[in-house]
Design a protein around this ligand. Structure first.
Ligand code: LLP
Length: 386
């Protein structure tokens, strides 16, 4: 099937709204990501938060990637899908005790620790279990990622990571804790980053931090993890479906002062799964307003919250009509004025019953769906079984 073409006839038999995943697209993306990371022997941990659909997880696990998890639920989902616990890293500012216990019991690779308070709890739980917890300090590098404020994480004012000013006290704590072992450092700047200079700044800052830590601790860090964040092209999902993995890893490689035997890690989420998923929705009504014309869909922000929450753009296509293009405000049925997918969207003339495709919805789409208004969670279908 051609990229960006959908089996609309088959879709007509399926109750809408639903997610459709093109597994060839996913595999192609994984091919590129693993090939480009492999050039430099970089480790890739898929960020499960982007899409935890079991089928998607198992395809990714089958390619030997690790997993980046942010909850006990994600650790369970990852292990069930076939990820090796030894390749699972666990991040998050608010790890509950049972989640820390689960991570220790499963023998995960690393806890990415976000505060001294958390470090002490992890140490205490590990000590109680007679284990040693591998920990990496998540450092907040205070770098602007030039992305949407709600998905920026690496600024001083964000809740994430240990600020550079507080690094000393975190290191002091580690030195006196006997059931936590420092294995590396971790960063995450934010998400949907398309300006690679943000990653350049991160690598430069990380080199400096590493120099300082080595001078102070007299040891070299086994692991450096640069987190996720690589953006995708929401405007051109057909022409540029695979994210810029080649330049991303090359930029890091060019600047990185990698120590002998050191492992370098990444946690891409969106760039792995974003383009393989599409939300398919039916037009319930074409409503002629006084100043606008609305296409009212049977999907709303309950199925795809990104436009309402982050003013995100998703390309929308009428896949069952080929009439002349007209402008529509594409809206959902939820009783909130933010339930709008796009304004002045150019679509082939829309009629009741037409199917619309909301593109590039594989990341943070299905996984963020809710049951608000007592709606049902969307089902998912796959290109090889439909
Ligand atoms: N690592 C950490 C520690 C993270 O917090 C995140 C994303 C990732 C990796 C993966 O980032 P990615 O490669 O997907 O950019 N719901 C928002 C995005 C939230 C991202 C949260 N953290 C959205 O729909 O745009």
């Amino acid at each position: 099937m051609l990229k960006g073409r959908f089996p609309a006839d088959k879709f007509k038999e399926i109750p809408t709204p639903f997610y459709y995943y093109d597994l060839d697209m996913l595999r192609e993306t994984l091919d590129v990501a693993t090939k480009e990371a492999g050039r430099y022997d970089y480790r890739v941990h898929y960020a499960v938060k982007a899409n935890a659909n079991p089928r998607i997880l198992s395809v990714i696990a089958g390619r030997g990637l690790g997993a980046d998890c942010v909850s006990g639920g994600e650790i369970r989902a990852a292990v069930e899908a076939g990820f090796n616990p030894r390749n699972i890293v666990f991040a998050g500012v608010g790890k509950a005790d049972w989640e820390i216990e689960l991570g220790l019991d499963k023998g995960i690779a690393c806890f990415n620790v976000e505060s001294v308070a958390e470090l002490e709890v992890i140490n205490e739980i590990a000590s109680r279990k007679g284990k040693t917890a591998p920990v990496a300090l998540r450092i907040n590098p205070d770098i602007d990622a030039h992305t949407h404020a709600k998905i920026t994480t690496g600024r001083k004012e964000n809740k994430f990571g240990i600020n550079l000013e507080q690094l000393d006290s975190a290191l002091d704590s580690i030195a006196r804790l006997h059931s936590a072992r420092l294995t590396g450092i971790h960063y995450h700047l934010g998400s949907q980053i398309t300006d690679l200079t943000a990653f350049q700044s991160l690598v430069i800052r990380s080199n400096e931090i590493q120099d300082e830590l080595e001078a102070r601790l007299g040891l070299s860090l086994e692991n450096v993890n640069f987190g996720g964040g690589l953006g995708i092209d929401y405007y051109h999902p057909n022409h540029l479906p695979v994210a810029a993995f080649e330049s991303y890893f090359a930029v890091v490689h060019k600047l990185l002062k990698r120590r002998e035997g050191q492992q370098i890690h990444f946690e891409p989420g969106r760039s792995i799964v974003g383009q393989c998923g599409t939300l398919i929705s039916k037009v319930l009504y074409v409503k002629e307003g006084v100043t606008r014309r609305f296409a009212v869909l049977d999907a709303g922000f309950t199925e795809l919250i990104r436009p309402a929450m982050y003013d995100a753009y998703h390309r929308i296509e009428n896949i069952t009509a080929d009439g002349d293009a007209e402008l529509y405000d594409v809206v959902g049925p939820i009783c909130e004025s933010s339930d709008v997918f796009g304004r002045d969207v150019e679509l082939n003339k829309v009629r009741r019953g037409d199917l619309l495709a909301l593109r590039s919805a594989g990341a943070y789409g299905e996984v963020m769906a809710s049951q608000y208004n007592c709606r049902r969670l969307p089902a998912s279908y796959f290109s090889d079984t439909i």
